[in-house]
Ligand binder design. Structure first.
Ligand code: SAM
Length: 430
């Protein structure tokens, strides 16, 4: 009973660490909520894709089952090539770890999911069982939201501006100091206040969590975030590249980038003088994993330290798809590595696990993070779980998310649509 109570309390914070299991369950909605005082993230919009899973378990993004049928047809003549064989052996290696984590989650956390996450009645914008929601085929930029990717390509793009609003309902009154406007694209915009704020651009309202910064641009402008000579840079970086992928391309979900462009990301330059923890999301293609490990991390100066797994579960606690399908896994990988300090420390000091003067927690390998997935490709917010593994904790957390579609309190977000999920329609008042 005491354990059940502890799980319920942890669920309120959004993160339940499964003790002794190298695994945790996250409710990203609650984690994100910590950045806002007067609002919270709408569960029905966050979990739009997986809200209804009670009877069928569709392959994500495949509501009519066509993909699964194709996969089954293909499986009959399926012989793995060399890369697929490597991928399969990686899968076999981690299979039991995932099963064990999932089993612990099913026993301890899953029974509370409906009450705490999906079907909580504590306000009018978290779904209740009596409400029904339409499950979108793919995430669409809804009417009233800006499509930043399309806007940036227009000749008028330089004319778009963003400015703070005094409140959600009103603009700054004339007695208030004029907040001024800033170019929306290619300019760093910051909410430096300790409370969340609303901003307006292109006639739409966006909510900016406390102490957050963002830059909407293409790669060449990313240099604006590189710390100056006296600056100290970011010590925690989360990178979720738009890997080339047939399904993303076919569904025109977002523009993708060939691998060679990723090699030129200034990760090393963005890093903190005292080193940084770098987390890279990759899809399940062996080709990408190989590229990330053998080319990308070395090009960025990052040394691989651990591999984590994001296991996607449904509101019922089951995995979103069977664990052993050939071409589709219910999990994705997160490669974690360290950027060394720029100060030229001795090789012993550079040995990252012993760096922390305050007894840093060692980064575990094969950690399993479970959560109910949101919109296509939307990842759980890693802020809450990675902070304690930052090298030399003394500086606090200086977080940067690259290719972001949302903002995080205290963090800087960069990409061509970092305001995507900040539109006011993704929130409701507390
Ligand atoms: N981590 C994000 C989330 O949880 O929602 C998803 C990131 S998604 C895999 C990749 C993002 O990179 C998309 O928003 C895409 O539009 C953006 N992107 C693609 N090409 C880009 C470029 N050249 N510069 C900046 N962002 C780009």
């Amino acid at each position: 009973e005491a354990e059940a109570e502890a799980v319920e309390v942890a669920l309120q914070s959004g993160l339940v660490v499964l003790r002794g299991k190298n695994a945790a369950f996250m409710d990203p909605v609650r984690v994100l909520n910590a950045g806002y005082e007067a609002h919270h993230v709408r569960s029905d919009r966050y979990y739009a894709r997986t809200f209804f899973t009670s009877t069928v378990e569709p392959v994500p993004g495949d509501a009519d089952g066509e993909e699964s049928r194709k996969r089954k047809r293909k499986r009959k003549v399926y012989t793995p090539n060399a890369k697929e064989a490597v991928a399969e052996s990686r899968h076999q290696e981690v299979r039991s770890v995932i099963l064990e984590a999932h089993e612990a989650f099913q026993k301890t956390v899953a029974p509370f999911l409906r009450k705490h996450i999906v079907f909580s009645d504590d306000d009018n914008c978290i779904a209740s069982p009596s409400k029904s929601w339409t499950v979108p085929q793919k995430p669409t930029v809804e009417e009233g939201e800006l499509n930043f990717v399309e806007l940036a390509a227009l000749w008028q793009a330089p004319l778009y501006e963003i400015s703070f609003l005094e409140s959600i309902d009103g603009q700054f009154g004339c007695e208030e100091e004029d907040p001024g406007t800033t170019a929306l694209f290619n300019t760093v915009f910051e909410n430096s206040s300790a409370t969340s704020k609303a901003a307006q651009c292109g006639g739409c309202k966006y909510l900016l969590p406390k102490l957050s910064k963002f830059l909407i641009s293409d790669i060449p402008e990313l240099h604006q975030l590189i710390p100056g000579v006296s600056g100290d840079g970011f010590n925690l970086m989360v990178i979720d590249p738009p890997w080339e992928n047939k399904s993303v391309h076919r569904k025109a979900l977002y523009p993708t980038l060939p691998n060679r462009y990723l090699l030129s990301l200034p990760v090393k330059q963005l890093g903190h003088t005292d080193g940084a923890l770098v987390a890279l999301w990759i899809t399940n293609r062996e080709k990408l994993r190989h590229f990330a490990e053998t080319e990308l991390f070395p090009a960025w100066g990052v040394s691989l330290a651990a591999v984590w797994y994001w296991l996607k579960v449904t509101a019922e606690g089951t995995m979103v798809s069977p664990l052993d399908l050939d071409h589709h896994k219910p999990y994705e990988c997160l490669l974690l590595g360290y950027l060394p300090s720029k100060g030229g420390l001795s090789s012993e000091e550079e040995n990252v696990p012993s760096l922390d003067s305050r007894g840093r927690v060692d980064l575990p390998d094969k950690y399993v993070l479970m959560s109910i997935p949101g919109d296509h490709s939307r990842k759980p917010a890693l802020k809450s779980i990675l902070s304690k593994y930052i090298p030399r904790q003394g500086h606090g957390e200086k977080g940067l998310e690259l290719f972001a579609r949302e903002l995080n309190a205290g963090w800087t977000s960069w990409g061509n649509e970092p305001l995507r999920f900040q539109h006011l329609s993704y929130f409701c008042e507390r």
